[in-house]
Design a protein around this ligand. Structure first.
Ligand SMILES: NC(=O)c1ccc[n+]([C@@H]2O[C@H](COP(=O)([O-])OP(=O)(O)OC[C@H]3O[C@@H](n4cnc5c(N)ncnc54)[C@H](OP(=O)(O)O)[C@@H]3O)[C@@H](O)[C@H]2O)c1
Length: 429
């Protein structure tokens, strides 16, 4: 067998230790697949004395992770995280030196992916990031290799397990967002600071990478419209159920003519669709290609095993000598995308209004919708109480988002409509 493929692990937390465990547990099988043994020669984290439940005593400990590039290694595996800091320094210096680089860090690539691809490809270094999107689902490989023959028209995904867990628990228990989030934190499904997950940023980082791969464009996080799940109420969830839908936080990128429209937002999807059935911490990615038609990949989106499994798969590919363009085409061929406006995209919408249940209120609401050319498919009211606000929800026929937004502005001028009405896109799969 050939020379070992020598790697350094930067970060020994959930993912880092997971990678070390897999490399040890399956050392022989992995060596056969890679055509050479894979050897961990150096590691780095913040606290050397921390018990990690894995024995790293026979491996060189490097105090400053950014100096791992000075070790005699073929590849740096970055599992520290963060858009900048040591992760970025390490990526730049490893790739500039021609060392392969494997990362699970979507924030780093969503913000600096293009520049890093340029350094990697310019120095004949591999840059792999399967674990950065949807953990255990091999979606990067699927789009870059498996669907390479296709002109891809759309990529949609449930890309954040924490949000999907919260929305699933809200539906099953009838509890509100805050109480389910608190439980998710106790169970370890949500971070102490959950903002990145619940505000949609994490899903947006991942979508940004999928968009670049699917359409051959430069990743551009700043061009993404992002809305999280913090305003989804238990009332919305119950109405969705009555209307035959489930609420999912979707990352969506679609070709519209010569433009690409992308967003992360809570949407209603048919309860009976495969996407609607993806519950709990599971992720799903739906792809439309001109020859393959549609494909749906479902699996665990995070956690030690699935994420580490994806990292090790990348290491095996690199040890075999596989080096592919980072975003599917050489960085110099990545196009500047023409980002389309979501307001023009037609879809059905769900609207939720809190109103005083007085005679004439429905006539006022209907007149506003008529003035904006929005036609209604179904309407439901929760309870009857002339002295207290009640919820009214509607689903529209296909209409442009900007017309619905105009109607929402019109509702704000109606005396009996209380609070700012909310809207949600309905996506049919
Ligand atoms: N966890 C998942 O399910 C999952 C899924 C997909 C992708 N990811 C991505 O994988 C990466 C790692 O996530 P994780 O969950 O494994 O995080 P984690 O458990 O918090 O581990 C982070 C590790 O990085 C080390 N570290 C932090 N700052 C450092 C620094 N300045 N220098 C050296 N080491 C430093 C920590 O050291 P100490 O241990 O000494 O504190 C720790 O070992 C992130 O990019 C994350 O987004 C994670």
């Amino acid at each position: 067998m050939s020379q070992p493929y020598r790697i350094a692990l930067a970060g020994l937390g959930t993912v880092g230790v997971g990678v070390a465990k897999i490399l040890k547990a399956h050392a022989e099988a992995i060596a056969r697949k890679a055509g050479r043994p894979i050897e961990v020669v150096a590691v780095s984290a913040r606290d050397k004395s921390r018990n990690r439940g894995f024995d790293f005593s026979d491996v060189t400990w490097v105090e400053d992770a950014s100096t791992l590039v000075n070790e005699d290694v073929d590849c740096i595996v970055e599992m520290i995280g963060g858009e900048g800091g040591v992760a970025k320094t390490l990526a730049e210096s490893s790739l500039a030196k021609g060392l392969d680089f494997v990362t699970a860090n979507k924030a780093l690539l969503a913000h600096h992916g293009y520049e890093l691809a340029k350094v990697a490809e310019g120095n004949n270094a591999g840059l792999m990031y399967e674990a950065a999107v949807a953990g255990g689902i091999p979606v990067i490989k699927a789009i870059r290799e498996g669907y390479a023959a296709n002109d891809i028209g759309a990529v949609y995904g449930i890309l954040n397990g924490t949000c999907n867990y919260i929305l699933t628990e809200m539906r099953k228990s009838g509890r509100d967002f805050k109480s389910v989030l608190a439980d998710a934190q106790k169970l370890g499904y949500a971070e102490a600071d959950p903002a990145f997950d619940i505000e949609g940023t994490d899903a947006a980082h991942k979508l940004c990478l999928l968009t670049a791969l699917a359409f051959g464009v430069k990743p551009d996080f700043k061009k993404l419209a992002v809305k999280g799940i913090t305003n989804v109420t238990s009332v919305d969830i119950e109405f969705a159920r009555q209307l035959g839908y489930r609420i999912k936080l979707l990352g969506m990128a679609r070709k519209e003519g010569n433009a690409i429209v992308q967003s992360v937002e809570p949407c209603m999807v048919p309860r009976k669709s495969t996407m609607g059935a993806v519950d709990g911490v599971f992720n799903a990615v739906y792809i439309e290609g001109d020859f393959v038609d549609t494909g749906l990949l479902v699996g665990r989106g995070a956690g030690e095993g699935p994420t580490a499994s994806a990292v090790v798969a990348d290491i095996i590919d690199l040890a075999r000598g596989t080096k592919l363009p980072v975003f599917g085409v050489p960085y110099s061929d990545l196009k500047e995308a023409n980002w389309g406006r979501r307001g023009k995209v037609e879809s059905q919408f769900y609207l939720h209004l809190r109103v005083m249940d007085k005679p004439g209120v429905l006539a006022d609401v209907s007149a506003t919708l008529r003035d904006c050319d929005v036609s209604i498919e179904a309407m439901l009211q929760q309870g009857r109480d002339p002295n207290n606000p009640v919820s009214i929800v509607m689903t529209t026929h296909e209409v442009q988002q900007k017309q619905v937004e105009e109607a929402l502005e019109g509702f704000a001028n109606l005396e009996r409509v209380l609070e700012k009405p909310s809207m949600m896109r309905i996506e049919d799969f």
